[in-house]
Design a protein around this ligand. Structure first.
Ligand SMILES: [Zn+2]
Length: 349
């Protein structure tokens, strides 16, 4: 049995899962997203290169990936610290910070933020999508990748002794690349040995989540301890959603606060509103998936911080929870989603 069995591993060390409290299961506190820069539309070049200011905020909210400055969340540690204190005041307890290799994970900052604010922070092991894989990563075998991931959980990552408490977000494109498939198999192998939680970023296609689950299962992964992120931009048809839900992973709606007209990473997608997200959660509850739902904001750019007119890390607790209650969910169901499901998922086997 692993020494971590029955515990949650935060950036300050292993802890009793009952101390977590309300938990956001997919956020970023410090990262860079330059790898996903989208060139501005013709005519938008000036606003895209101007410093962020009030008169540009609507443009920025609609075109978050076309401003280089907006992609540097790593520059906002002070603002994030204020936000975490506000999250605590709103009744928040813990955050899964699943920045992985490729998008500038910074464990030292996460540890300092946790010390400064009292928010429990769980860091992520592994690799983001193919376009961020280094040549060295691409050359590794599944066994070598498994060792890297295990080491990040057992001994510390990025040359520090700060340990990761989940594997992921593991980034997948659509279609999946060979390098991504190796990482996925390594994720499953490491998970079997460690008994640890896994979280996946699927490609933007309704078939992607089920295909990922199939590969994880073949490699021995524990689907019952795996989160499928970003379902709000991935599966739209309710019958397809129920088909996927039957496979047994956690179902994460983690783009709360993102309401964008044209989703630049896939223009075919109509990004749902927060009201539509709440409707989908109500549907899943009605279908009996109360013990599988997780929620978050996946903040990964500056414009989502309150400093830049965004919704911040407290949006779910301050605005979405009251909406859930007003749409017929019980306090017990809300607690299941925010406290019990995340606690169960994050606890090592
Ligand atoms: Zn993310």
């Amino acid at each position: 049995m692993s020494p971590l069995s029955g515990k949650v591993q935060t950036v300050l060390g292993p802890m009793d899962p009952n101390q977590l409290g309300r938990t956001l299961t997919h956020e970023h506190l410090s990262m860079t997203f330059e790898s996903c820069y989208v060139a501005p539309l013709p005519g938008d070049e000036d606003v895209a290169t101007a410093p962020i200011e009030m008169k540009n905020l609507h443009w920025l909210h609609q075109n978050p990936y076309s401003s280089q400055e907006n992609l540097l969340l790593c520059q906002e540690t002070e603002a994030v610290r204020e936000e975490l204190l506000s999250f605590r005041r709103a009744g928040g307890g813990a955050i899964v910070e699943n920045t992985t290799t490729g998008i500038s994970r910074n464990l030292g900052i996460l540890q300092q933020l946790s010390k400064d604010t009292g928010v429990h922070i769980v860091a992520g092991a592994g690799f983001y999508v193919d376009q961020t894989h280094s040549d060295q990563t691409r050359k590794m075998s599944v066994e070598q990748l498994t060792d890297v991931i295990k080491n990040e959980v057992l001994h510390g990552a990025d040359g520090t002794d700060i340990r990761c408490g989940v594997i992921g977000e593991i980034g997948m494109s659509w279609p999946m690349t060979e390098s991504e498939k190796k990482v996925l198999r390594a994720t499953a192998s490491a998970q079997v040995e460690l008994g640890c939680p896994v979280i996946i970023h699927p490609g933007r296609n309704p078939a992607a989540p089920a295909e990922i689950v199939r590969i994880l299962q073949e490699a021995g992964g524990d689907i019952d301890k795996t989160v499928m992120s970003h379902l709000d931009r991935t599966i739209f048809d309710r019958r397809e959603l129920l088909e996927f839900a039957k496979l047994g992973s956690y179902l994460e709606y983690d783009l709360f606060g993102t309401e964008v007209l044209n989703y630049p990473f896939n223009l075919e997608i109509d990004m749902p509103s927060d009201s539509q997200r709440v409707e989908t959660l109500a549907f899943l509850l009605q279908e009996g998936y109360e013990d599988r739902i997780l929620v978050a904001h996946d903040i990964h750019t500056k414009n989502r911080l309150t400093k830049y007119g965004g919704h911040g890390y407290s949006h779910i607790l301050r605005n979405i929870v009251p909406k859930m209650l007003s749409r017929g969910m019980s306090q017990g169901q809300v607690d299941r989603i925010l406290i019990e499901n995340s606690r169960r998922w994050l606890t090592f086997k």
